[in-house]
Design a protein around this ligand. Structure first.
Ligand code: BGP
Length: 471
C-alpha cells in the first residue's frame, strides 16, 4: 500500500491499565484484587515468578513516562482506575487512593496529555469476588456505585470515560477456557457473567448520565465501552455449519456488545439460540429497561488478531454445554510466534467497514493494537537500543488499513498503541514486550526508547503513514 495520510484531528496515544503498571499493590490502602490474590497463592503460575506486585513501577515513574509519551508526539493516554485502590472494603472512597489518581491525572495534564479513564480492566477486588464476583447482582450494583463515586471524584478532570476494557475476556479466560483464576470451564456460567457485566455497564452509563445532568463533568464529557473486536472469518468455501459457527461467534463476541451500546439491547437471535441449547441467563424483571440505558457516545476497538472459526467437531463439551465453533487455522496465516497470535492488519479495516455498514452512527477509535515479542534483548544494537523494525512494520501496516477505512467512510477518530512502555502482561508477566520504550528489569525498571519510538514520533507529528520502503 502507498503512503497514506490520516486526518488532522486524528489522535495518537498510549493505552495502559492500572493493574499492569501501577505496582504499589499493597500501599496507600489498596486492597487485593484477583491478580494479587493469585500471585500470593501460586506465584509459579506467572512467567519467571513475577506476580502483580510491581507493575512496571509506574506509580514512582509516571512523570518520566508521561514526558516520554509527549516526546513521542502522542497527545493522549488511557489508563484505568483500580476499584481496589479507589474504594475501601465498605465501598467508601479511600482518600489515599483518590489522592493518588488526582496526582496521576495532574501529572499527565502537566505533560500536555489528555487522559482517558477506564473503570475496570480485569481487576475484580478479591473481597467482592468472594461475595460472588460478576455472578452476583450485589457486586454488579457495587460496581455501579463505584462508577458513580469515580465520576464524582474526577469528573472535573476527566472527560473521556469507559466502563470496561474487553468485557468478553473475563468470561473467556476465567470461566470458559479456565486459564485465569478461578480456572473455571463452564460455558453457561461464562454467559451468565457476560450478561451481568452488561447490566453493570448499563447501570454505570446511567450513573454517568445522572452525573452529567448534575454538572459533574466539564462540557463534552463522553462515555464509552472498549472491547476487542474482529469480524470472524472462516474457510474460503464454507459449509452451512461453518457459517452457523460464524453467526454465533460474531453474535457472542461482537454483536452482543455492539447492539448493547447502540440499541440498548442484546441480539435476539443469539439469545434464542442460547436458550434453545439450554444456556440460562440470570435475567430479572426490569432488566430490559436497564439495558436500554447502556447506549454510549463512542466505542474503543482493541485489535490484535483475527478470529477464524469453523463448524465444531462436537456439539457439546464435558458439561453438556453447547460448542458453537472450533478454531480454524488459515493455511496462509502469518504468526507472531511469541504470542501465538496471527498478524492480519486487514482485520481492522474489515471491522471498520462492518461498523460503517451495520452501525453507521457509531464513532470509534483503535483503543489497543500492538505486538508483544519474547527475548527482545536479542535485537539490541551495539549501543544497547532495541532495533524493533518488526514492530514498526506491524504498526505501519495496521495504520495503513486504518487510513484506508477512514477514506472508505469509517468513523475512526484515533489510535492508541498498547503498551508504549513495556508493562506486566498478566500470566506472561514481562515475557512478551510490547513497548516502544524498553523497561529494564535488571536496572530498576529504567526506561529506554526503542527504535520504534522515533518512528512513532514522525508519524504522530505528521499524520503521514509511510510505506515500507520509507521506514
Ligand atoms: C488486551 C488487554 C491488555 C493487554 C493486551 C496484550 O487484551 O486489554 O491488558 O494485556 O491484550 O495481551 P497480553 O498481555 O496477554 O499479551
Amino acid at each position: 500500500m502507498q503512503e497514506m495520510r490520516l486526518p488532522d484531528d486524528f489522535f495518537f496515544g498510549a493505552a495502559m491499565s492500572g493493574p499492569q503498571t501501577e505496582g504499589a499493590w499493597a500501599q496507600g490502602g489498596k486492597l487485593e484484587n484477583l491478580w494479587d490474590t493469585w500471585s500470593n497463592e501460586s506465584l509459579d503460575d506467572f512467567h519467571n515468578r513475577v506476580g502483580s506486585y510491581g507493575g512496571n513501577d509506574f506509580t514512582r515513574r509516571h512523570d518520566e513516562d508521561f514526558a516520554l509519551l509527549k516526546d513521542m508526539g502522542l497527545d493522549s493516554v488511557r489508563t484505568s482506575i483500580q476499584w481496589s485502590r479507589l474504594l475501601d472494603r465498605d465501598g467508601a472512597v479511600n482518600p489515599e487512593g483518590e489522592a493518588y489518581y488526582h496526582r496521576l491525572f495532574a501529572s499527565a495534564h502537566a505533560a500536555g496529555l489528555e487522559v482517558f479513564v477506564n473503570l475496570y480492566h480485569f481487576d475484580m477486588p478479591t473481597y467482592l469476588f468472594r461475595r460472588g464476583g460478576w455472578a452476583s447482582r450485589d457486586v454488579v450494583e457495587a460496581y455501579a456505585d463505584y462508577a458513580a463515586k469515580a465520576f464524582r471524584a474526577f469528573g472535573k478532570e476527566i472527560s473521556c470515560w469507559f466502563t470496561f476494557n474487553e468485557p468478553i475476556v473475563e468470561p473467556e479466560m476465567r470461566y470458559t477456557v479456565g486459564e485465569w483464576y478461578p480456572f473455571a470451564k463452564d460455558f453457561s456460567l461464562a454467559r451468565a457473567i457476560q450478561y451481568n457485566i452488561c447490566i453493570a455497564h448499563s447501570l454505570a452509563v446511567r450513573e454517568f448520565r445522572i452525573a452529567r445532568s448534575e454538572g459533574v463533568f466539564a462540557d463534552g464529557a463522553r462515555i464509552g465501552l472498549i472491547n476487542c473486536f474482529t469480524p470472524p472469518y472462516t474457510r474460503e468455501d464454507p459449509s452451512a455449519e461453518d457459517l452457523e459457527a460464524v453467526r454465533m461467534t460474531d453474535g457472542i463476541a461482537n454483536r452482543w456488545w455492539l447492539d448493547l451500546v447502540t440499541k440498548g439491547e442484546l441480539p435476539q437471535d443469539v439469545l434464542e439460540t442460547l436458550a434453545s441449547r439450554g444456556v440460562r441467563l440470570p435475567i430479572r424483571p426490569g432488566d430490559e429497561q436497564i439495558l436500554r440505558q447502556g447506549t454510549v457516545d463512542w466505542l474503543g476497538c482493541n485489535y490484535y488478531h483475527p478470529e477464524r472459526v469453523q463448524a465444531p467437531a462436537a456439539d457439546t463439551d464435558a458439561n453438556g454445554d453447547p460448542i458453537f465453533a472450533d478454531p480454524y487455522v488459515w493455511p496462509d496465516a502469518v504468526m507472531n510466534e511469541s504470542r501465538g497470535w496471527e498478524v492480519f492488519p486487514q482485520g481492522i479495516y474489515d471491522f471498520g467497514m462492518m461498523l460503517h455498514r451495520d452501525y453507521p452512527e457509531l464513532e470509534f477509535f483503535v483503543s489497543e493494537n500492538g505486538m508483544g515479542i519474547e527475548r527482545e534483548e536479542q535485537f539490541k544494537d551495539a549501543s544497547g537500543q532495541v532495533q524493533d523494525g518488526y514492530r514498526i512494520d506491524f504498526i505501519r501496516d495496521h495504520l495503513l488499513w486504518v487510513a484506508k477505512a477512514i477514506a472508505d467512510g469509517a468513523k475512526c477518530r484515533g489510535y492508541h498503541y498498547w503498551a508504549v512502555i513495556d508493562n506486566w502482561s498478566w500470566k506472561n508477566a514481562f515475557k512478551n514486550r510490547y513497548g516502544l520504550v524498553e523497561v529494564d528489569l535488571s536496572d530498576g525498571y529504567s526506561r529506554r526508547p526503542k527504535k520504534s519510538a522515533s518512528w512513532m514520533r514522525q508519524v504522530a507529528t505528521t499524520h503521514v503513514v509511510p510505506n515500507k520502503e520509507e521506514n
